[in-house]
Design a binder for this molecule. Structure first.
Ligand code: JHZ
Length: 390
């Protein structure tokens, strides 16, 4: 790759590496710099964190912690089933705690998941889950065990894998001739529009534009046939892909490509401008939090997200500005946030009207949260698309 660096998010820890006090001393850090590949227009890290440092038996992110996502996958599964052959076979790559799988018949739905704790859970649910990192070897093994797939699905997974050519080749290998590969990930268009730089952390080595994906898929005999804009996770794209010799492109593909090119997402200058806005966002958020501290307000954070790991470490926000974080995930509770070591407690313990302001670490679920927290008399704070008290 011919990468040019445009953004420096500083020294960062493992974004989902929630830890106990005795682990502080040996915590892993790396320099998070982001570049633009001139060959494919891919936005990608200058250096990748080793996947096994992030995805292992202690992985703590559970996709099923939000009703929005449960409904999202249920609706999509119902929709896509209409187009699949009656006796379809489905493979999900990166199945996490089974939030997508549960919508499918376990006899014909298979999964791949590198985090042992979750692979065990979904195997127990009855879905044959291969525990390992997706790639040529695993694709070949599944092909010999169960044959080709009518649907290969991946949500918030493709952008996690450093080697995209190897990944797509392995998918092309297992896809039935008329099979469809569908994946969804946060979109570069939305990230630049919303200034949501916190989409960038170790687990997200790439932020995809349709332009960049088209380059990389095409050189692996795959073609995009349809693109859907999704609201989830702060704005994502759902990409429908077929083998190139079976592809029939829908108008949505050119619509997305044209819009992205008009925005300049295939050029470095737009990303340089984005990097300047990221710096402004940091200054503005720090100003707000410092003012609230000087006014003796109780400020906490809502949702111990990977995204907030980026924000807190980039802006150097610690317990002096955020007292604690509340989160519904049992695996995160009682631990500390990566890098800045802010304690994480249950919402029952920490989210009440003694709180003046709550930073939305999970701003992507703002609607779900506001709906759930109607009795909250304080204010939420967000940094997206600009830092402000809501
Ligand atoms: P959420 C993760 O990112 C990591 P994160 C990963 N790399 C990825 O791509 C995306 O997900 C998809 C909690 N919560 O989904 C639950 C509440 O406490 O924004 C979660 O810990 N109360 C795989 O970590 C967190 O917030 C609530 O009411 O940035 C949300 O994390 C709700 C709705 C959530 O993903």
């Amino acid at each position: 790759m011919d990468k040019t660096k445009f953004l420096d998010l500083g020294r960062q820890p493992i974004a989902n590496g929630f830890l106990t006090e005795d682990q502080f001393e040996n915590e892993f850090f790396y320099d998070l710099s982001v570049g633009f590949d001139r060959e494919t227009a891919l936005v990608t890290h200058m250096e990748y964190v080793k996947p096994s440092l992030m995805f292992n038996d202690e992985y703590s992110y559970r996709g099923s912690m939000s009703n929005t996502m449960k409904l999202h996958f249920a609706t999509f599964s119902k929709y896509v089933k209409q187009f699949l052959p009656k006796k379809h076979k489905v493979l999900e790559i990166g199945s996490n705690d089974g939030v997508f799988l549960v919508n499918w018949n376990s006899d014909r739905c298979f999964a791949v998941e590198p985090c042992g704790n979750f692979a065990k859970e979904t195997n127990q649910l009855g879905y044959k889950t291969y525990c390992g990192f997706w790639g040529g070897d695993l694709s070949q093994q599944i092909l010999s065990d169960v044959g080709t797939m009518d649907l290969v699905f991946a949500a918030n997974c493709m952008c996690h894998i450093p080697d995209l050519d190897g990944t797509f080749k392995a998918i092309e290998n297992i896809l039935a001739d008329d099979g469809v590969f569908i994946f969804e990930d946060p979109s570069l268009e939305r990230m630049v529009t919303l200034n949501s730089y916190d989409q960038i952390y170790d687990e997200h080595p790439h932020v995809f534009s349709v332009v960049s994906l088209q380059h990389i898929l095409n050189r692996n005999n795959l073609s995009i046939v349809k693109v859907e804009k999704l609201k989830v996770h702060g704005g994502s794209n759902r990409i429908y892909v077929k083998k190139t010799n079976r592809a029939n492109e829908d108008t949505s593909v050119q619509d997305h490509l044209t819009r992205e090119r008009n925005m300049g997402l295939d050029k470095l200058s737009v990303l340089d401008h984005f990097a300047e806005k990221v710096q402004t966002s940091k200054n503005d958020l720090l100003n707000i939090l410092t003012r609230l501290k000087n006014e003796n307000k109780k400020v906490i954070s809502y949702g111990a997200t990977s995204k907030s790991t980026t924000v807190f470490n980039y802006c150097q926000i610690g317990t002096d500005l955020i007292e604690y974080i509340t989160d519904t995930t049992p695996e995160k509770q009682g631990k500390y946030s990566p890098g800045m070591h802010i304690p994480i407690i249950t919402p029952e313990e920490g989210f009440n009207n003694s709180v003046d302001c709550a930073f939305l670490g999970a701003w992507n679920f703002a609607d779900e949260i506001r709906n759930k927290e109607k009795n909250f008399k304080g204010n939420f704070i967000t940094h997206v698309p600009m830092a402000r008290v809501l």
